[in-house]
Design a protein around this ligand. Structure first.
Ligand code: SF4
Length: 502
């Protein structure tokens, strides 16, 4: 049994202000409202079930006729308060719980592209923004205009477009926008972008080289990655697949993936004709952006292939738009549940693989959505990406893992950030991931302890982060082998230049 005195020692380590807030939040089941940088637990109780037809208002005050019945079927969990956390965003301060918990309202109020984002920032940011936390010098306070201009310049060079859901925009602490761990993942600032490592490439994992059929990656003998779309509910700055996902930017012309039956048919045929394949990961882009009928068509066809034994549906949806899981008027979740049940009858596993990076992403709506999936018998696993200034300290990573375990989401992987374009400010050196693994292992039951992984550039696949052949802290070069995939071939990973010792 773990001595109870050890967890607080993890939590005592230096963590960003936003993460400190998380520790408080965590005790309060992450229901929060931020006031002057502090987290205040609100104990507002809401009704437990609603069936309402209503109109809703967009960010510009425009009224959209929803015209459908919304049913929120989940009760509050024991001890849970249903804080309207979205009301910390000025334009949503009058939005009711019923409106916010409507998937169509969520999609109608997504903030994407330059003009919408700039307008959102002007209306949401305070006039003065506290400085970035820096170890070496005192940084100046920013004005709102300086921040917005820096974002505009950042977007001109970023490999990913900006796209954000109301849920994610509502969990950013805009009063501390420079340091906020959620903002850092999605909104670029030109002044923080550093030059790319010279060894870095756009498709660092060489996925396109491992496609026997367009958009089907076959690297490991028994597993394929089925890329069905290149659209996501949010666009992450650090996306591994920035070569294809999220639409063209001013710096990258993307090999977009359009959902299409004839293309899928070629992929199905390859899987059928390659009996060694047992595992299929349905990804993109994000499976949340497949229409329910597309999800059903792909899922049922894959389950009907005798050699396919396991299907993983990859989606960040639970993390960035959990309302959809609870909104029974929307067909995606019902379709997924039907696939999960069909799979179970066939003796085949159908799981959701999701992607939380920070405990602040988890609110009471996330808890309800995770509980609903758990009640329905759905297997949910999480894959976190290790990111500098987001989750690269033991306290934050530990809080995230514990929270996921509490929600019956298996913390499956923590990934070293891939060597992809435009995100050197977010990458961490290899020693950070190994130090985190060392500190966290033993503080939680082994079956809830994630594997800490490097997906080695060049197509070597996923390796345990401490299984390198060599590691030179001065040059930042680590070397790797993947005997099961490619014999004695050597693969190289490089730390970001800013963190090497030389
Ligand atoms: S949700 Fe996944 S596929 Fe989409 S941008 Fe983020 S990391 Fe990339």
């Amino acid at each position: 049994m773990m001595p109870t005195g050890r967890l607080p020692s993890l939590l005592k380590q230096q963590i960003p202000s936003s993460s400190k807030a998380v520790a408080l939040c965590h005790v309060a089941r992450l229901s929060k409202a931020r006031v002057s940088g502090l987290v205040v637990v609100q104990l507002r109780r809401a009704s437990t079930s609603n069936t309402t037809e209503h109109k809703h208002t967009g960010p510009d005050g425009d009224t959209a006729n929803v015209g459908h019945i919304l049913t929120i079927g989940q009760n509050s969990l024991p001890g849970q308060s249903r804080t309207p956390y979205w009301r910390t965003v000025k334009i949503w301060q009058d939005i009711t719980e019923e409106q916010f918990m409507n998937h169509r309202w969520q999609t109608a109020n997504i903030v994407e592209h330059r003009a919408k984002l700039i307008k959102f920032l002007h209306s949401t940011l305070p006039a003065k923004i506290p400085p970035a936390i820096s170890d070496d010098k005192v940084q100046p306070t920013w004005t709102r205009e300086e921040f917005v201009n820096d974002v505009e310049e950042g977007m001109k060079v970023a490999p990913m477009n900006v796209r954000l859901t109301p849920h994610i925009l509502s969990v950013v602490d805009w009063a501390d926008a420079l340091n906020d761990p959620i903002r850092r993942q999605f909104i670029p600032l030109k002044s923080t972008i550093v030059p790319d490592h010279p060894k870095l490439t756009l498709d660092s994992l060489h996925e396109e080289e491992d496609m026997p059929v367009k958009n089907l990656v076959h690297r490991y003998p028994d597993k394929v990655l089925f890329l069905a779309t290149s659209v996501c509910p949010v666009y992450c700055r650090y996306c591994t697949r920035s070569y294809a996902v999220g639409g063209h930017t001013s710096t990258i012309k993307k090999n977009s993936i359009k959902p299409g039956r004839s293309r899928w048919e070629e992929m199905f045929k390859y899987i059928e004709q390659t009996p060694v394949i047992q595992d299929v990961v349905l990804s993109g882009g994000d499976s949340y952006y497949l229409q329910p009928e597309q999800l059903r068509e792909i899922g049922e066809r894959l389950l009907s292939i005798p050699n396919v034994k396991r299907l993983r549906v990859a989606t960040k949806g639970l993390a960035v738009s959990p309302v959809r899981i609870l909104d029974r008027s929307d067909g995606w979740t019902n379709t997924f549940l039907s696939l999960s049940n069909q799979g179970r009858k066939l003796g085949k596993q159908v799981a959701i693989h999701t992607h939380f990076n920070h405990p602040n992403e988890i609110t009471w709506i996330t808890e309800l959505a995770a509980q609903y999936l758990f009640e329905q018998g759905v297997i949910v696993r999480n894959q976190t990406v290790l990111l500098r200034g987001v989750n690269d300290n033991a306290a934050t990573m530990s809080a995230l893992i514990r929270k996921l375990a509490e929600l019956n989401i298996t913390p499956y992987y923590v990934y070293q950030s891939d060597m992809v374009k435009g995100i050197e400010d977010l990458r961490t050196p290899l020693y950070t991931i190994n130090e985190l693994e060392k500190q966290i292992r033993g503080t939680i039951a082994g079956f809830m302890m994630p594997s800490f992984i490097v997906d080695v550039p060049g197509g070597g696949g996923k390796r345990l982060a401490n299984s390198f052949e060599s590691y030179d802290r001065e040059s930042g070069l680590s070397t790797w082998k993947a005997p099961g995939v490619s014999g004695d071939e050597i693969y190289e990973y490089y730390d970001p230049i800013t963190t090497t010792i030389a």
